[in-house]
Design a protein around this ligand. Structure first.
Ligand code: ZN
Length: 118
């Protein structure tokens, strides 16, 4: 079982791809609402689970992509390969990342703020 903070990290890590998929498959409005509620702190991880399943289903319907199963489980595999020294400043997601440059911390796209030194 994945913890909630791992699930948040998978969303954070895959932010760009999820956003592109959401708009490509007609869920752009839902995405925007979910981002607002995530940044204001009211979104739950279960809201994201439903959203990711809906987008996966829409993608399957149009492209025959096989994407069964837990939407977070599929995405989490890539997380474990990463390390970095910076963590999400909210403490909600356990993604870690390396600085973009020596003087610029990595950004958390999900919560829209710079990441903090671990
Ligand atoms: Zn994050």
């Amino acid at each position: 079982m994945l913890t909630d903070s791992t699930k948040w990290a998978t969303i954070c890590e895959d932010y760009d791809k999820i956003r592109v998929d959401a708009f490509a498959f007609g869920y752009g409005d839902v995405w925007e609402e979910l981002m607002d509620s995530t940044r204001s702190g009211s979104a739950k991880i279960s809201d994201w689970a439903k959203f990711l399943s809906d987008v996966n289903n829409a993608a399957e319907g149009s492209q025959n992509i096989i994407s069964k199963g837990d939407p977070f489980q599929r995405r989490s595999a890539a997380l474990h390969a990463m390390s970095g020294g910076f963590v999400c400043a909210t403490g909600r997601c356990d993604r870690s990342a390396s600085p973009l440059t020596a003087t610029m911390p990595p950004q958390c796209p999900l919560f829209d703020r710079p990441m903090a030194q671990d």
